[in-house]
Design a protein around this ligand. Structure first.
Ligand code: AMP
Ligand code: ZN
Length: 484
């Protein structure tokens, strides 16, 4: 069975077929960097990570683009409330850009620790204002906008397909107009493309535009940046389910409004929420747990990754310390079993290349397990079933230890649990003798990047990440470190 994904647009599971053979354009909404990511946000990024890894395993070259929201996001997604960045900067006595930089670094520190492969492109909203203005001009030229009270709005009543993604009904949206919070809006569902000082006198970051000095609405950044890096039509757009009715609905209206191309995005993938005993975890409400909180309670970030992939991304997942404890115990037994297997397998090096799909090995017990594992992932990314197959493999006495090890490492290319660590010295850290080999891989990745062979460069980064090595591209070159 080829890879199938549940597409929010149309609400059905479909075979994944990219626009251009062999290549996938993937956009995942990134963080608003006014605070630490909470563990619910990390669920979204682990979901993106598993999907990107899976697509790469299926042979696609994935261009993974993620935005960093450092301007324009108000506390209410529908243009109401305060500016999240401005408020946070004021509270911390820092500038907006300092605040953004601090939390962007903190974000990547967390995602590295939880073994999320960094996107191919990370784009900051404040560095793409020209592109947003250019896109808004196109939307305006096609007649979808109006000015009111100093702001430029998108008029949803002019866009016939408005609400298709979220199954919103235009008559209901119009009825909502009576309760509109912003009196400048003709319809409560209309949204701001460009704010001017008329709304926020103290806005820290403002730019000149054809509509006056001001700043962009939140939704336009994702349309402008995804189109810039992935083209006017692309394959997959991902985010949490909270984004379906407003943010993603508005992104579609803007992008298709500007280009006239439908569908702008072919597959919409949305993860369900991580919930606490007390309900939704929310950054703006201030009540949330970070990865560091878990670490301070003695958990390894990978315990949390294990906990997350134990649930299907489209089902709500309830966080509790007890279930995290359960995940830690399971991950520990997994690593112990792997260490035991490695001892039993002895000199038979699990890193030696083995073709699992060669005719000679088809029908072997390891291949059967791998087939079931792949089938689970191809069935709308069923990580719980995939994890069960990993366990099934480890408990299957019919599988020779060396085969089992190879199969586990192969499975881990998608699961990202750093199972490799069980084999290198038995500890959680890579031993120093691996240093030369790692440096050689880093040099090969740099050469691949210089030759613009990004698929190869990504493959090497993945390989290193499997060994618990994180790469950082700095101005003076690539440096590596062991993941914490
Ligand atoms: P934000 O930084 O608030 O824009 O959110 C970043 C990502 O996390 C978005 O894709 C959200 O949909 C997602 N998200 C927010 N809260 C949760 C949660 N409790 N569980 C899962 N995903 C979430
Ligand atoms: Zn977005």
């Amino acid at each position: 069975m080829p890879l199938q994904l549940f597409n929010t647009l149309g609400r059905k599971q479909e075979e994944f077929i990219p626009l251009n053979p062999g290549v996938v354009g993937f956009y995942g909404c990134g963080p608003t960097v006014y605070n630490y990511a909470h563990i619910g946000n990390l669920r979204a990024y682990v979901t993106h990570d598993i999907l990107v890894r899976l697509l790469r395993e299926r042979g696609f070259r994935v261009n993974h683009v993620m935005n960093i929201t450092d301007v324009g996001h108000l506390s209410g997604d529908n243009d109401s409330g305060e500016d999240k960045m401005v408020k946070s900067a004021a509270e911390r006595g820092r500038t907006v850009l300092e605040t953004a930089e601090f939390y962007t670094q903190a974000f990547f520190n967390d995602t590295d620790r939880i073994n999320v492969i960094r996107p191919s492109v990370v784009c900051r909203a404040t560095e793409h204002i020209d592109g947003m203005i250019a896109l808004i001009k196109r939307i305006e030229e096609r007649g979808y906008t109006y000015s009111s009270g100093g702001n430029l709005y998108f008029d949803i009543s002019r866009f016939d397909r408005y609400g298709e993604l979220a199954l919103l009904r235009m008559d209901e949206l119009k009825a909502g107009a009576r309760t509109a919070v912003d009196e400048n809006k003709r319809n409560s569902g209309d949204f701001v493309l460009w704010f001017t000082k008329s709304k926020f006198e103290n806005q820290a970051l403002v730019w000149d535009s054809p509509w006056g000095r001001g700043y962009p609405g939140w939704h336009i950044e994702c349309s402008a940046m995804s189109i810039k890096y992935l083209g006017e039509q692309f394959d997959i757009h991902a985010g949490g389910i909270d984004h379906i009715p407003v943010h993603h609905t508005n992104e579609i209206a803007q992008s298709e409004g500007a280009t006239g191309i439908h569908p702008w995005v072919r597959y919409w993938v949305h993860n369900e929420f991580l919930v606490m005993d007390k309900g939704k975890m929310s950054k703006s409400a201030g009540a949330f747990l970070t990865l560091q909180d878990l670490v301070e309670q003695g958990f390894d970030p990978l315990d949390y990754r294990y906990f997350l992939i134990g649930g299907h991304y489209r089902s709500q997942l309830q966080f509790s310390w007890d279930s995290l404890e359960g995940a830690r115990n399971s991950r520990k037994s997994l690593m112990d079993r792997l260490r035991l297997l490695a001892e039993t397998a002895g000199a038979d090096n699990p890193h030696s290349p083995v073709s699992f799909d060669s005719p000679a090995s088809s029908g072997s017990p390891a291949i059967k397990r791998l087939d079931a594992f792949n089938a689970a992932l191809d069935d709308d990314i069923s990580t719980p079933r995939a994890l069960a197959e990993l366990w099934g493999l480890l408990k299957d006495n019919a599988v020779p230890p060396a085969d089992a090890l190879r199969a586990c490492l192969y499975m881990d290319r998608v699961l990202g649990l750093k199972l490799e660590r069980a084999l290198i010295g038995g500890g959680e850290e890579a031993p120093p003798e691996l240093t030369a080999e790692i440096e050689d891989l880093v040099a090969r990745r740099n050469a691949a990047k210089a030759a613009k062979d990004f698929a190869q460069a990504d493959a090497i980064r993945n390989e290193l990440s499997l060994r618990g090595i994180v790469l950082e591209d700095t101005k003076t070159g690539t440096v590596w470190r062991r993941a914490k």
